[in-house]
Design a protein around this ligand. Structure first.
Ligand SMILES: Cc1cc2nc3c(=O)[nH]c(=O)nc-3n(C[C@H](O)[C@H](O)[C@H](O)COP(=O)(O)O)c2cc1C
Length: 225
C-alpha cells in the first residue's frame, strides 16, 4: 500500500533558488534544498524541468539559495512559488544582490543565503537534481527561525503546486475516505484549496476580510471545487 500522508512526515525547509544574471535573473520557491556533503560543502535542489529557473541554472552553471524566515509574506511565496518568470520579471522591485558568480540572490525574507557553482546534474524524470559546490554562505539574521514546510502547511495552510516534487494530488489523499457534506474552495490565483472539513469552519463563515494564506488573494477570488 501507499499512504501519501506518510510523505508529510518528511521534514524540509523553504527557500528561493535563483539563477541567471543582471540582464535576466529569476527564482522559484523550493522545499528540496539539502546538504549533500561536508567536504567540500555541496548542496542539492530538485528543480522541475518546466521551471523557467531550470534553464537559467543549466546555462549559468551556478545558483543561489535564500533561506526564508518563518514569517515570509504570502505575496513573496505567491510570486516565487505559483507564478513563472516566463510571464513577468519576478525580481523587479525585490531586494536583490548579485553574488561572486553573478547570480541574483533574493534578500527579501532571507535569514541566510548560499551561493553555489553547479558541479553535477542528475536527470530524475520530471525534475533535474542540481548539485552545487558552495562558493559563499552568509548568515543575515541569527535570531529568526527558518520557515519549514511543516509550518507552511500546518500553520500557514499553504500548498504546493504541481511542479513541486512533494505535490500530492488531493484525490489520492481522499481515496477510501467518505466524501462528507463539506465543500472545498480553490484560490484562482495560486491554486490553494480551502477544505471546510479540515478547517472545521464553513467558507461562508469566514469574514470578507479573510485572504488566501498562500498568496494573499481576496476571498472573492475563490471558487467552489
Ligand atoms: C511550497 C512550495 C514548494 C515548492 N518546491 C519546489 C521544488 O522543490 N522544486 C520545484 O521544481 N518546484 C517547487 N515548487 C514550485 C515552483 O516554485 C513553481 O513551479 C514556480 O512557479 C516556478 O517558477 P519559475 O518558472 O519562474 O522557475 C514549489 C512551490 C511551493 C509553493
Amino acid at each position: 500500500m501507499i499512504d501519501f500522508e506518510a510523505f508529510y512526515k518528511i521534514t524540509y525547509g523553504l527557500f528561493i533558488v535563483s539563477s541567471g544574471d543582471t540582464v535576466k535573473g529569476n527564482g522559484f520557491i523550493s522545499n528540496t534544498v539539502f546538504q549533500v556533503t561536508a567536504e567540500p560543502p555541496q548542496f542539492a535542489v530538485a528543480c522541475n524541468k518546466k521551471n523557467f529557473t531550470a534553464g537559467l541554472i543549466a546555462q549559468k552553471k551556478a545558483f543561489s539559495v535564500s533561506i526564508l524566515e518563518q514569517d515570509t509574506a504570502p505575496d513573496i511565496l505567491g510570486r516565487f512559488g505559483f507564478k513563472s518568470g516566463r510571464d513577468f520579471d519576478k525580481l523587479d522591485g525585490m531586494s536583490v544582490k548579485y553574488g561572486e558568480t553573478g547570480v541574483p540572490i533574493v534578500l527579501n525574507a532571507a535569514i541566510a543565503y548560499l551561493e553555489c557553482t553547479l558541479v553535477n546534474t542528475i536527470d530524475a524524470g520530471s525534475h533535474l537534481i542540481f548539485i552545487g559546490e558552495l562558493v559563499q554562505s552568509v548568515l543575515l539574521d541569527k535570531l529568526k527561525d527558518p520557515l519549514t514546510y511543516l509550518y507552511y502547511r500546518q500553520v500557514r495552510k499553504g500548498s504546493a503546486p504541481e511542479n513541486a516534487p512533494t505535490y500530492i494530488d488531493k484525490s489520492k489523499l481522499q481515496a477510501g475516505k467518505p466524501a462528507g457534506t463539506f465543500k472545498k474552495y480553490k484560490c484562482t490565483a495560486c491554486g490553494y484549496v480551502y477544505d471546510e472539513e479540515k478547517e472545521n469552519v464553513r467558507f461562508s463563515e469566514l469574514p470578507d476580510s479573510w485572504t488566501c494564506p498562500v498568496c494573499g488573494s481576496e476571498k472573492s477570488d475563490f471558487i467552489e471545487v
